[in-house]
Design a protein around this ligand. Structure first.
Ligand code: HEM
Length: 173
């Protein structure tokens, strides 16, 4: 491992430890309104996750048209890698941790709307996993999927997000 990678790893480890310490401190302290604070952070994490999940396939659309090895293609590689590592991955983890904490605290685990929401969030996580594979394929100049494919897959996170938000806000069943 080179110095750059070691510094990055140290920063990530420090960020994770600080987040765990702050969360544990808040849960032990249990101040009035903690549920609402965590719900606010859950929504912030959801916004960051969704922003990345909507933007990344847009990058794939343009990247698929760029000549492998060109300066443009190399720029897309950096943008995709940074978006995934700095925003999408941590935001997904925060969304899950805070969402599960909310569900457990409020006793929603027996509610059918939550089961439906969780099923759709698992599909969203699957799409996320697929995007990770696409980023790897592009990074190794191995993409074989056409632009049209990425235009279509671009709509999947949007449709899932609409259904998830309706389920949690309206709670129809
Ligand atoms: C990762 C698994 C997730 C779990 C376990 C989860 C669970 C929850 C729970 C229990 C609440 C509080 C509901 C209430 O107090 O009435 C909540 C709020 C919310 N969640 Fe999630 N969630 C998850 C992921 C998501 C995702 C992916 C989205 C959007 C795409 C989302 C959007 C929202 C919104 C907008 C609210 C606020 C609803 C309101 O206050 O009326 N959640 N979530």
């Amino acid at each position: 491992m080179n110095d750059d990678a070691r510094t990055r790893l140290t920063r990530v480890a420090a960020a994770i430890l600080i987040t765990i310490a702050l969360t544990a401190g808040l849960v032990l302290w249990n101040p009035v309104g903690l549920y609402d604070w965590f719900k606010a952070f859950h929504i912030i994490a959801v916004i960051a996750w969704m922003a990345g999940m909507l933007y990344l396939p847009r990058l794939f659309v343009y990247h698929a048209a760029a000549e492998p090895g060109s300066a443009q293609s190399e720029t897309f590689k950096v943008m995709e890698r940074r978006l995934l590592r700095a925003i999408i991955n941590p935001a997904m983890v925060a969304t899950w941790v805070l969402g599960l904490w909310l569900a457990w605290t409020a006793g929603f685990f027996a509610s059918p709307w939550l089961h439906a929401k969780l099923a759709l969030v698992v599909v969203m996580a699957g799409v996320h996993g697929f995007f990770v594979r696409c980023v790897r394929d592009f990074a190794m100049d191995r993409n074989t999927r056409p632009q049209r494919f990425y235009r279509m897959i671009n709509e999947v996170p949007t449709l899932l997000m609409i259904a998830i938000v309706i389920l949690v806000v309206v709670k129809p069943f």
